[in-house]
Design a protein around this ligand. Structure first.
Ligand code: SF4
Length: 311
């Protein structure tokens, strides 16, 4: 499940009575369950409403509505705690950028006697609670999701966490071993140290209770997927995968793949182009070890999109 700022495609609930079009909400509708929320409406600010902003007073951040001099910080803190506490199946968030409530970063911060000049950047008040409670989940704003690399990472993380959530709902040692095996190359690209720790945990030489293994594994998985992998890590894994076909493909195919790898490292080719080549070899040579690897299809095919604003 993905929690989304309600003004992104769902409802005209912005302070000015408008909504924001964001085509990824439509693209994702068939693949995820959305839970839209507008924190400002939830705390009783109407539509339309006078804008609110974050101000710094005596080292503390406040959410205020300058036109009415209302301070709605306590309302927002209480709503965020209540709402987030009620979530049990969430894998990620898409939050509206730069909003004093929902913005993850780059939210204007006002200080000074008259609090009229923005003098820095901060996190929206609702988003700060999201990051504190669910910092290990797939969290992005709609602006950053137009960047191809960030979107590939967000989608990869979202679907990996969702797969693990399903496993954790009916856990077993066998399912954990399979999860680790099927995600081996993905984890290798993201974080080799965590991958080894997770392998050790799944082997469970210490005879820990299953519930603890699942909880520890989830924490390691979130750490492993915290940042997008470096291009060089991808190259190591892709070369490793190419090794499975070295005696089967022609020299021209090898040369082509290595050229495409160079273009990928230079940032001129998306990861999905390389995984596409490997997927075609997996099918052609019926490669049974690589076929179940999530690395080559980390999220549904329908979501592969090469559009990139580069932002
Ligand atoms: S940014 Fe958040 S608080 Fe503002 S309108 Fe959108 S959902 Fe509501």
């Amino acid at each position: 499940m993905v929690v989304v700022s309600k003004c992104l495609e769902f409802e005209a609930c912005r302070y000015n009575g408008q909504k924001i079009s964001f085509d990824w909400v439509d693209r994702l509708r068939d693949q995820v369950t959305f839970l839209p929320v507008c924190p400002e409406v939830e705390i009783g600010l109407g539509i339309p409403r006078d804008p609110i902003k974050i101000v710094k007073r005596k080292d503390a951040l406040h959410l205020v509505q300058p036109s009415t001099e209302r301070d709605v910080s306590d309302d927002m803190h209480a709503f965020a705690e209540r709402f987030l506490q009620s979530l049990s199946e969430v894998d990620g968030f898409i939050l509206k950028s730069r909003s004093p409530s929902c913005g993850i970063k780059d939210v204007k911060l006002y200080t000074g006697k008259r609090e009229e000049m923005a003098s820095g950047k901060t996190t929206g008040m609702f988003a700060a609670h999201v990051l504190k409670r669910f910092g290990g989940l797939a969290i992005e704003d709609e602006g950053r999701l137009t960047n191809l690399r960030l979107r590939e990472h967000w989608l990869t993380k979202l679907f990996a966490l969702a797969r693990f959530r399903h496993l954790a709902a009916r856990p077993s040692a066998v399912a954990l071993v399979r999860f680790q095996a099927e995600n081996k190359l993905l984890l290798m690209a993201y974080h080799q140290t965590r991958m080894r720790q997770m392998g050790h945990l799944v082997a469970n030489h210490d005879h820990l209770p299953l519930a603890q293994v699942v909880a520890d594994y989830r924490a390691l998985l979130q750490e492993a997927l915290a940042k997008p992998p470096r291009a060089t890590s991808h190259v190591n894994v892709l070369m490793h995968a190419m090794g499975y076909f070295k005696d089967k493909i022609s020299s021209a195919e090898k040369r082509h793949f290595l050229r495409e790898l160079d273009r990928f490292v230079a940032g001129r080719l998306p990861f999905s182009a390389l995984s596409g080549i490997l997927n075609s070899w997996i099918e052609r040579f019926d490669e049974s070890y690589l076929r179940p690897q999530t690395y080559f299809s980390p999220y549904p095919e329908a979501l592969v999109d090469l559009k990139d604003t580069g932002r």
